[in-house]
Design a protein around this ligand. Sequence first.
Ligand code: HEC
Length: 95
Amino acid sequence: MKNILALTAVIFMTACSGGVTRSVTSLPDISSTQAKTYVTRCGGCHAVPHPQRLSFQGWKNVLPVMEQRMRERSMTVLSHADKQAILAYLKTHSR
Ligand code: HEC
């Protein structure tokens, strides 16, 4: 009985991870250059959000806000190439 409860808890937690990936390995196409850019640039302040969390339009809205957050923290803002890679990655894998 205890085991069944524990198992239920695991399934429950997995289902409720809220789209924020707990481990980077669960991102799609993780070995691609685009994914690596995404993980490096978007995992610095919070867990890397799963691309399925938003629509592509949603990502396009979020990106300028994140660039503003980077500026606030005196971090290097996204280069044009970084932004292109991240947008291409999110476009392919967004919902
Ligand atoms: C400089 C730190 C920083 C970096 C780097 C960063 N973020 Fe964020 N992110 C934040 C903060 C702070 C929040 C909390 C919401 C806010 O302040 O806008 C946040 C929130 C979010 C959210 C949740 C927004 C919501 O309304 O639910 C998403 C999605 C997100 N970030 C995506 C990204 C992506 C994609 C990147 C890479 C381009 C990125 N973040 C890089 C600081 C950062």
